[in-house]
Design a protein around this ligand. Structure first.
Ligand code: KIV
Ligand code: ZN
Length: 518
């Protein structure tokens, strides 16, 4: 029998915290604000904006998000340490609805090797730290880190202690992505049945994707009675990532016949959110990623295309429009004017300010001069690149490369470094090496090149090349990815490397405001 009664589930997005903390997904202050704004408009219930004690930059970002967000609750993460909790309280106090999310490990492995504390000591810590968080805000979330590897009896004692001390949300994370859906469901059923004060809190799922089970486990947790879902856009997060928001939301919507839940997400914004997060983090979305991958609605085989032409439902369980993928016929080219360009941007889900629009239009015109047909993907690449470069200290002014079979490859590169023009000529083992050597000559730095990747944005020999460059910061051990697109692969390579350096610079300046790139 089809159930019509639906339970409201709360979407807790941790793209800006668990997502941003994964290697290569680092975002600048402005990018975090932009993502937070979009999440808020899209209907996310709780935005975890960061880990305020982690750095001054994180603190500033959480504070700014707390001030800017209009609808969602804004959460700041804190370890079970008073200094962390106080800092989180300070950052979220500006929010219309602020939450402190504090956590401590509960599993025997973590207690023995990481915490070096006994079970009783951890119970005391929980009581004290949750009470401390409650002295700042009414809304306190407590997480049992590594809950899925914690014996049930002890897990129940920790949950009871946290609720007694004032926690209003209890999160039981599958921190290491070890659970299976039935186990995860049963854990929630058992804890909720056994803990005497369980009815005083909302239970929350938080799943990592190490075995590719994060979304399945999330649905298992809902079946066990959890009503808050922690997730990230594009599933970015530690190691293999977190459960992907867009997958969970569309599963609930598409299979409402068997999943009796509803949430407040405007699904037509999912594609835009995916693009924005990918651009802000320079973290590419895999082509066959469910819901938001480039191929998610592409039908290649003849049999499928035949079916689709006869009736879309033959091979489509949800429409592209329902997740914000527009099928548009407006072909853009060098004769397209500002109004058509703006219209196209709106179709693609972008709302740019006047200056950003002018800048993007000028870049579109330059691209249209070089490329006969400008496809939607070209425009997205162009605008996304623009969004992530607006605050950059270093910009590419000009590049000339001599390549081929005769002699050394050389690059002559001019950069604008914080308003100062600098030019060098260098050689290299191939044109890309020559360009990167030129960048190092103008901006000596200690970052290590960890990845260089090129792919074509569209088809054809005049397609834009999208280049990703991952740089590792030997100081913090973290990495950033710079991305750029251009019909000239070598220009895209230079811009991508510079984008990476700018990101690294922004990150370092957030941590140490005195720092400067050059
Ligand atoms: O995966 C995890 O356990 C976490 C906690 C901090 C909630 O991210
Ligand atoms: Zn996590």
């Amino acid at each position: 029998m089809i159930s019509t009664k639906k339970d409201r589930v709360y979407i807790f997005d941790t793209t800006l915290r668990d997502g941003e903390q994964c290697p290569g997904a680092t975002m600048t202050f402005e990018e975090k604000l932009e993502v937070a704004h979009l999440l808020d408009v899209m209907g996310v219930d709780i935005i975890e904006a960061g880990f305020p004690i982690a750095s001054d930059g994180d603190f500033e970002a959480v504070t700014a998000v707390a001030k800017a967000v209009k609808n969602a609750t804004v959460a700041g993460l804190a370890r079970a340490i008073f200094a962390d909790i106080d800092r989180a309280g300070e950052a979220v106090k500006h929010a219309r609805r602020g939450r402190i999310h504090t956590f401590v490990s509960t599993s025997p492995i973590h207690l023995a090797y990481q915490m070096r504390k006994s079970e009783e000591e951890v119970l005391e810590i929980i009581a004290k730290t949750v009470a401390r968080a409650r002295s700042f805000v009414e809304d306190v979330e407590w997480s049992a880190m590594d809950a899925t590897r914690t014996p049930l009896d002890y897990l129940c004692r920790t949950v009871e202690a946290a609720i007694d001390a004032g926690a209003t949300t209890i999160n039981l994370p599958d921190t290491v992505g070890y659970a299976t859906p039935n186990e995860y469901r049963d854990m929630f059923l058992n804890v909720r049945n056994r803990v005497p004060n369980a009815d005083k809190a909302i239970f929350s799922v938080h799943c990592h994707n190490d075995l590719g089970l994060a979304v399945a486990n999330t649905l298992g947790g809902l079946e066990g009675g959890a009503r808050q879902i922690e997730c990230t856009i594009n599933g970015i997060g530690e190691r293999a990532g977190n459960a992907a928001l867009e997958e969970i939301v569309m599963a609930i919507k598409t299979r409402s016949d068997t999943l009796p839940y509803e949430c407040g997400i405007e699904t037509t914004m999912l594609n835009r959110a995916s693009k924005l997060v990918s651009a802000a983090t320079s973290f590419p979305v895999q082509y066959n990623k469910a819901i938001v991958g480039r191929n998610a609605f592409a039908h290649e085989s003849g049999i499928h295309q035949d079916g689709m032409l006869k009736n879309q439902t033959t091979y489509e369980i949800m429409t592209p429009e329902s997740v914000g993928v527009q099928k548009t016929s407006l072909v853009m080219g060098k004769h397209s004017g500002r109004a058509a360009f703006k219209n196209k941007l709106n179709e693609l889900g972008y709302e740019l300010g006047d200056n950003q629009l002018e800048d993007a239009f000028a870049r579109f015109k330059a691209l249209a001069d070089r490329k006969k047909h400008v496809y939607d993907e070209d425009i997205e690449a162009l605008v996304d690149e623009n969004i992530s470069t607006a605050q950059d200290l270093v910009k590419v002014i000009a590049l000339t490369v001599i390549a081929g079979t005769m002699g050394h490859q050389s690059a002559t590169l001019s950069l604008d470094v914080d308003g100062v023009h600098k030019t060098v000529q260098t050689t290299g083992n191939g044109p890309v090496d020559a360009i990167f050597n030129a960048i190092c000559a103008i901006i000596p730095h200690d970052a290590k090149l960890a990845l260089y990747q090129v792919h074509a944005v569209t088809e054809g020999t005049d397609a834009q090349a999208e280049v990703s460059v991952r740089l590792e910061d030997p100081v913090s051990g973290r990495s950033v990815t710079g991305k750029a697109a251009d019909p000239d692969t070598l220009v895209a390579s230079a811009k991508a490397y510079i984008a990476g350096l700018n990101k690294l610079d922004a990150k370092r300046r957030q941590a140490h405001p005195q720092h400067n790139v050059a």
